[in-house]
Design a protein around this ligand. Structure first.
Ligand code: ZN
Length: 66
């Protein structure tokens, strides 16, 4: 099995936050949450998110609210 890598910073992950088989480390999660939309870094996060969603299996296209 491959070690999951954080899609935010690319670090090897522990298994504490896995989103649809992809990993975001707690530091990146926190950083993303606290990044203001007016912050240019927010655009970087959006880009990472798009790449992240692109990698998701297509069956997750269904919008299921949990
Ligand atoms: Zn990270």
């Amino acid at each position: 099995m491959d070690t999951p890598l954080c899609f935010g910073c690319g670090k090897a992950a522990q298994d504490d936050f896995i989103l649809c088989g992809q990993y975001l480390c707690p530091e990146c999660e926190l950083e993303m949450i606290k990044t203001d939309m007016a912050n240019p870094k927010y655009q970087e996060w959006l880009k990472l998110w798009r790449e992240f969603w692109d990698k998701l299996p297509s069956e997750s296209e269904e919008n299921e609210d949990i």
